[in-house]
Design a protein around this ligand. Structure first.
Ligand code: CA
Length: 373
């Protein structure tokens, strides 16, 4: 394995030099770098790793994490005031991302970033993507914001309190405390939180608007209107009988969609443009809902009121691929068969369900799989 990585590094060095990384930086960062078998292992298992939305939320928005978030809201009030004023990003979403990514800085990751990225670039399917991130990491070292020894993070190359990838760091990290370094790794979270605010501002965060709200749907709701590809104004949803689950008017946040992350038998949400801003951090519905819900809970909001179909299990990767193949065979465009159930696959499920006369909620279930060719 060592021989392999040495050959890979030797071939990589001229590409890095052509991209502007100095020999001194390459020597310092790459001499003696070793593959990390644990990183290869985690990368392989990640796609197999599936949970239902309710299992994910139970863990991601636990009582402990809510309580720690409320503590952090007080402890960081001063820096959050200034970040909110400068970037126009609400404090609760920053706290929620911080909570999910590193348990508010407690678990920032102890894998050396360069070793993780060399491993991922040289020994995985997504080598080209990780080579770009490796080049970004080397540029960060070259610019002197952090030392190689201090540049640590997750097995996937994400770094610091809010788990920035190196390319996002280069594009958007800020030196908020003006000490001359953009330091997202240190115990002090100010630079990391401000960098996250800069990231969300860059993708269009709308201050004072929610990410979404839990809603109830009227009897006889047309489930073909669910999914993030269908947009209506709050007044239009209201006229159809969609109500905020806790009472009160629907938020008027412009074009919004009804999302059913657990299908028709699970909780329903009306999602606002800020939902799609959080998607830039991580596009999984479960992640975005967890960030949004945790942000609400930190500010004193209550739990999700709707039930989940807890008797259902998550589909395995093979089953999700079989589902996409089946949809394609049946004439519905699932957008390929990569095992990722995104908006296109959900829309295809909805169309298939409507064609056979079952509730078209777009939920990838064993029932749908069983009815496909
Ligand atoms: Ca700084």
């Amino acid at each position: 394995m060592t021989g392999d990585v040495e050959a890979w590094v030797a071939a990589f060095r001229p590409r890095a030099e052509a991209a502007g990384i100095s020999r001194a930086t390459l020597d310092m960062a790459l001499n003696g770098v070793a593959l990390r078998p644990d990183v290869v292992e985690k990368d392989r298992n990640q796609t197999e790793f599936t949970r239902t939305i309710w299992d994910y939320l139970d863990k991601a928005v636990s009582d402990d994490r809510i309580a720690a978030g409320r503590k952090a809201l007080k402890a960081q009030a001063h820096v959050l005031d200034r970040i909110e004023a400068r970037y126009g990003v609400d404090r609760q979403v920053l706290l929620a991302i911080w909570g999910l990514e590193s348990s508010y800085g407690v678990v920032r990751g102890d894998v050396p970033t360069v070793a993780a990225l060399v491993t991922l670039a040289s020994a995985t399917r997504r080598g080209a993507y990780f080579e770009r991130e490796l080049l970004a990491a080397l540029r960060i070292l070259q610019e002197g914001d952090v030392t190689g020894a201090a540049m640590m993070g997750s097995w996937a190359g994400a770094m610091g309190h809010t788990q920035f990838m190196p390319s996002s760091y280069l594009a958007l990290a800020v030196d908020f405390d003006s000490d001359g370094r953009r330091d997202i790794w240190s115990d002090e979270p100010g630079d990391a939180l401000a960098s996250t605010a800069a990231f969300l501002a860059r993708y269009g965060w709308r201050k004072g608007e929610p990410w979404g709200v839990e809603v109830t749907l009227p009897l006889g709701f047309d489930y073909r209107l669910s999914g993030e590809r269908i947009h209506h104004a709050a007044a239009e949803w209201q006229a159809m009988g969609v109500k905020q689950a806790g009472g009160g008017a629907l938020p008027d946040c412009g074009p919004s969609s009804v999302l059913l992350p657990g299908g028709a038998r699970g909780a329903a949400f009306l999602i606002c443009p800020n939902f799609h801003v959080i998607e830039h951090y991580n596009p999984a519905d479960a992640y975005v809902i967890a960030v949004g819900h945790l942000s609400d809970r930190i500010m004193g909001g209550g739990p999700i009121l709707g039930d989940w179909p807890r008797g259902l299990r998550a589909l395995t990767l093979d089953e999700r691929i079989a589902l996409q193949h089946g949809l394609t065979l049946a004439g519905f465009n699932a957008g390929g068969a990569d095992g990722r159930i995104g908006p296109l696959t959900q829309a295809a499920i909805r169309a298939f369900q409507a064609s056979i006369g079952v509730v078209p909620d777009g939920y990838a279930s064993l029932d749908v799989l069983g009815r496909l060719p």
